[in-house]
Write a protein that binds this ligand. Structure first.
Ligand code: F6P
Length: 368
């Protein structure tokens, strides 16, 4: 075997999602077919802090066909702490960026492929600038809020899981004459709620982009009852605000805060206003785990191959993206600048309104 002509590193960063292993597999299969060596960095960029850095050699055998069917990431990941201002166990804040840059240099790699969402790609971009190393980004996030790409790895699976949840909630709602509230993830973007809500036959979909009036939601549900249907399905995105204008947050171990719980607030209000039984399901991390959908595996594979081709052609600081049925690449810097929320006059909102799904506001149906 001749000496590898290039050595590249890959890491997964930020919250996990289905399809990460499929990306890793595509990168490794394509890179090793070019006789390159691939090193996996463990636990996001955090693996670069240890000495020696925590790594895993990756070859075609390691990434066999079983791996791409599995959720999670074989490399591990983290969505805690900004390395430029990292909270240390003793309570102090330390800039660990130079440790990471030096860790990367010690691996003697020609380029880094970072699989991440907007936060992680932003951090990796700044590390690459500081360390002057070539970086290629691959977008992943169930939230689908990264700019300049129509979709990110993990989104399709999350939508499928949330849709399946509605399929399971509907018969039990009908059997018990109940209003079922499903709270889904998505941070400040309502993409999961809107897509799953439409696909899963929701009557009401509340997203952070559209302020809601709870009385309007209740009136919509009452009108369903009046027409003779005994149940209703409501999807609520986690960052929807309370009537006081606050996001519902949970305080976790170590002082971290995460969105969650708005479904219960809205469920109680609907029960009160509609004088009906409500039940609340908070779907949570179920949306991130499990087997990736066929679509996520496909996108992951196309992204992985394109990322390697970008390194091959000497490009850097590019993020692969999906646009008009093909893979393109855009500047990482531009992609992370643009937080992609639901378009208020886009096809999905028009579809929902056109089907008389209540989006919580008073806007009447207008299909252009
Ligand atoms: O960004 C992905 C995401 O799943 C969000 O939808 C959610 O708000 C957050 O991560 C949950 O983070 P954690 O895994 O830290 O609970």
């Amino acid at each position: 075997m001749p000496q590898p002509s290039k050595r590249i590193a890959i890491l997964t960063s930020g919250g996990d999602c289905a399809g990460l292993n499929a990306v890793i597999r595509a990168v490794v299969l394509h890179a090793t077919s070019l006789n390159w060596e691939v090193i996996g960095i463990m636990s996001g960029a955090h693996g670069l802090i240890s000495r020696p850095p925590q790594t895993m050699p990756l070859d075609a055998k390691k990434v066999d066909t079983v791996m791409m069917r599995q959720g999670g990431t074989i490399l591990g990941t983290t969505n805690k702490g900004d390395p430029f201002a990292y909270p240390m166990p003793d309570g102090t804040i330390k800039n660990l960026s130079q440790d990471m840059v030096e860790g990367f240099r010690s691996l003697k790699c020609d380029a880094l492929i970072g699989i991440g969402g907007d936060g992680s790609l932003g951090i990796l971009y700044h590390l690459a600038q500081q360390g002057h190393f070539p970086l290629i980004g691959i977008p992943k996030t169930i939230d689908n809020d990264l700019g300049l790409t129509e979709t990110s790895v993990g989104f399709d699976t999350a939508v499928a899981v949330a849709t399946e949840a509605l399929d399971r909630l509907q018969p039990t709602a009908a059997s018990h004459d109940r209003i079922m509230i499903l709270e889904v993830m998505g941070r400040d973007a309502g993409h999961i709620a809107l897509a799953a809500g439409i696909a899963g036959g929701a009557d009401v979909i509340l997203i952070p982009e559209i302020p809601y009036d709870i009385q309007h939601v209740a009136d919509h549900i009452k009108s369903i009852h009046e027409k003779g249907r005994n149940f209703a399905l409501v999807v609520v995105s986690e960052a929807v605000r309370t009537v006081e204008g606050n996001k519902k947050m949970n305080e976790l171990y170590g002082g971290q805060k995460r969105l969650g719980g708005i479904g219960h607030v809205i469920g109680a209000q609907i029960a009160d206003l509609c004088k009906a039984e409500t039940r609340v399901t908070v779907l949570g991390h179920v949306q991130r785990g499990g087997q990736p959908s066929a679509q996520d595996r496909l996108i992951a594979s196309a992204f992985g191959v394109h990322a390697v081709d970008l390194i091959r052609s000497g490009k850097m600081n590019r993020m692969v993206a999906w646009s008009n049925r093909k893979v393109i690449d855009v500047a990482i810097e531009d992609a992370i600048k643009e937080n992609q929320q639901v378009e208020l006059h886009g096809s999905m909102v028009r579809t929902a309104r056109g089907m008389n799904i209540c989006l919580g506001d008073n806007t009447s149906i207008s299909v252009a």
